[in-house]
Ligand binder design. Structure first.
Ligand SMILES: C[S@@+](CC[C@H](N)C(=O)[O-])C[C@H]1O[C@@H](n2cnc3c(N)ncnc32)[C@H](O)[C@@H]1O
Length: 273
């Protein structure tokens, strides 16, 4: 519960910063100068940023671009877990067209208000932002074709429950297509904690093998994890030094081990829940 409250507070403030014309950046990485957060910046191409209101782009706090990698077809229903300011929901809504629907789910009132305002500015009708938690998705069983999410599952203290809920609401044959932070290989616990604090993963990111195991346990098949951005120690130097960490000493234990990745999986066809 405590983690959830910290997350809600942090993203509520981030949403308000967009309203007041500031940057929404709220990860530790945003302590860096200028607008060069190595995690959240430059995720979308100009065709995508041009297609949504500026505030939706400013509010973008993802670590990948699930809409670029997910296969979305006209008429499909898409659900974005932790939709924030709504950028991925608005982009998905265009992809599935007027016969499809894009839902955004978020627990933070300020983010929902921002997302709904962005929907109004974008003038898209096939979008609905729902208030709720990704551990308890307020949609029926077998009702969604594609689940997307952008840097949210790492924030949950109960990832098994989130993956179980994703499986429940997906239709048979439905696709899980999510960007998230993952770690790869052995990392000493203290180094891991410091790096994840830098990335802003409050509840902790999963190792790639743990992610695969949890998805399989939830019932998914065709599981694949594709790194999209691997972080290096120099990007985290300012933050880690400020935390009193000897960056040069831990550098060899960090290289190649912290990344954003695109995670794909499928609910088996013919599998109802
Ligand atoms: C890192 S931001 C990402 C927002 C958006 N996906 C994007 O790419 O800009 C995380 C968002 O997830 C929401 N969130 C975090 N944990 C959640 C939970 N357990 N249930 C629902 N929403 C959650 C936060 O309120 C916030 O809007």
């Amino acid at each position: 519960m405590e983690i959830k409250e910290v997350v809600r507070e942090k993203y509520g403030q981030a949403a308000l910063r967009v309203h007041s014309g500031g940057s929404s950046c709220c990860g530790a990485a945003s302590a860096m100068d200028g607008c060069c957060d190595p995690i959240t910046s430059n995720l979308y191409d100009s065709a995508q940023t041009g297609a949504v209101p500026e505030e939706a782009v400013l509010a973008s706090l993802g670590c990948g671009n699930p809409t670029a990698l997910a296969e979305l077809k006209a008429g499909e229903t898409v659900l974005d877990l932790g939709s924030g300011g709504g950028i991925d929901v608005l982009l998905s809504a265009r992809r599935v067209g007027p016969t499809g629907k894009a839902y955004g789910l978020d627990m933070t009132d300020e983010m929902l208000a921002l997302a709904r305002e962005n929907q109004r500015k974008a003038g898209v009708a096939n979008v609905e932002f729902l208030k709720g938690e990704i551990e308890q998705i307020p949609l029926p069983d077998n009702s969604v074709d594609v689940i997307i999410s952008n840097c949210v599952i790492n924030l949950s203290a109960d990832k098994d429950r989130v993956l179980g809920e994703a499986f429940r609401v997906l239709k048979p044959g439905g696709r899980f297509a999510v960007s998230d932070v993952v770690t790869r290989g052995e990392v000493p616990e203290e180094v891991r904690q410091n790096m994840l604090m830098w990335v802003g993963c409050i509840a902790g990111a999963l190792g790639d093998d743990q992610y695969v195991a949890k998805l399989a346990r939830a019932g998914f098949e065709g599981i694949d994890i594709e790194p999209t951005r691997v972080y290096n120690i120099e990007e985290a130097r300012t933050f880690l030094s400020g935390q009193g960490v000897d960056v040069d000493a831990i550098a060899p234990q960090v290289e190649g081990k912290f990344m954003s990745a695109f995670i794909r999986a499928t609910k088996p066809a013919g599998m109802q829940v």
